[in-house]
Write a protein that binds this ligand. Structure first.
Ligand code: F6P
Length: 320
């Protein structure tokens, strides 16, 4: 293998830049040429290639977002789009691809590999942490810290005004961000799709707290569990307590990556290059109990990542 490509795809995640840096520098160290593909699969179809050298990735380790830009490509979902993408890779002499992104990006790479024999390794990069075969995805830790920072600030005003606050967080169909940030932020209730939502339970808990003289509460709602606005409206209506709603939105995805995200991004990016050099393909890298491992992509994408119920139960016990 002489030349590889790297792209970021799907929602950006803090830590994608350190992952790109690791891929580029480890590849050059291993005697390979590296091409950066801009704007994910959209750029791959349009032929947006740029040669990468050691200094192309200087000063990016601490920056959020992705210097290669990213996109969600509808065209790549079609066989015609993937044929064009494979043709572009071949005409550039790119023999292996590192795809940094979430499960949608991995499914795209899987199709490209199956239909056109393109060699690839997936590096899990998404704030949602919803990818199986890895305890952590790149960007999750930073997103959780962003949420906890917001919860701390909201708690100041919630306490001062003795109000209930509903905070809606990202995570698509999963509750990993809500659960981790809820435990770390001391939320009174955490609503996640994996556990179902029972509004009566939440209201009873709030009322029990009010009877004890507790006049402020923080409720974290994963976007996949329901609308924060709707839940806030129901709580205010049923408890009579003034309830404010904050939707944190894309602020969760921004900012400098935490050292944890930088470290896993660096390790995972470098391992992806090692695997390509060894002739491996159709794999993803992951971190299990602190050790890096690789998994067949077909196996990984057939698994379901589940939340740790004991963490959910603990959060609930501690917020009694
Ligand atoms: O997958 C990452 C994520 O931030 C999800 O948590 C969220 O549902 C989605 O992307 C938002 O997508 P967009 O940035 O396209 O609005």
């Amino acid at each position: 293998m002489k030349k590889i490509g790297v792209l970021t795809s799907g929602g950006d995640a803090p830590g994608m830049n350190p992952a790109i840096r690791a891929v580029v520098r480890k590849a050059i160290f291993s005697g390979l040429e590296v091409v950066g593909i801009q704007r994910g699969y959209s750029g791959l179809i349009r032929g947006e290639f740029r040669e990468m050298n050691l200094s192309s990735v200087a000063d990016i380790i601490y920056r959020g977002g992705t210097m290669l830009r990213t996109a969600r490509s509808e065209n790549f979902r079609t066989p015609e789009g993937r044929t064009k993408a494979a043709g572009n890779l071949r005409s550039q002499g790119i023999e292996g691809l590192v795809v940094i992104g979430g499960d949608g990006s991995f499914r795209g790479a899987q199709a490209l590999g199956r239909e056109h024999g393109i060699r690839f390794i997936g590096v899990p990069g998404t704030i949602d942490n919803d990818i199986p075969c890895t305890d952590y995805t790149i960007g999750f830790d930073t997103a959780v810290n962003n949420v906890v920072d917001a919860v701390n600030k909201i708690r100041d005003t919630a306490t001062s005004h003795e109000r209930t606050y509903v905070i809606e967080v990202m995570g698509r169909n999963s509750g990993f961000i809500a659960l981790e940030a809820g435990l770390a932020g001391g939320a009174e209730s955490i609503l996640i799709p994996e556990m179902g939502v029972n509004i009566n339970d939440i209201i009873e808990k709030l009322e029990r707290g009010m009877q004890r003289g507790k006049l402020h509460s923080i409720i974290i709602v994963a976007e996949g569990a329901g609308s924060g606005i709707e839940i806030g409206r129901l709580i205010q209506e049923r408890t009579g307590s003034e309830t404010k709603v904050t939707i944190l939105g894309h602020i969760q995805r921004g900012g400098t990556p935490t050292s944890f995200d930088r470290v896993i991004a660096s390790r995972m990016g470098a391992l992806a290059v090692d695997l390509l050099v060894k002739g491996e393909t159709a794999k993803m890298v992951g971190m299990i109990s602190g050790s890096l491992k690789d998994f067949d992509i077909d196996y990984a994408l057939s698994q379901e990542k589940t939340i740790d119920r004991s963490v959910y139960e603990l959060a609930s016990i501690l917020a009694i």
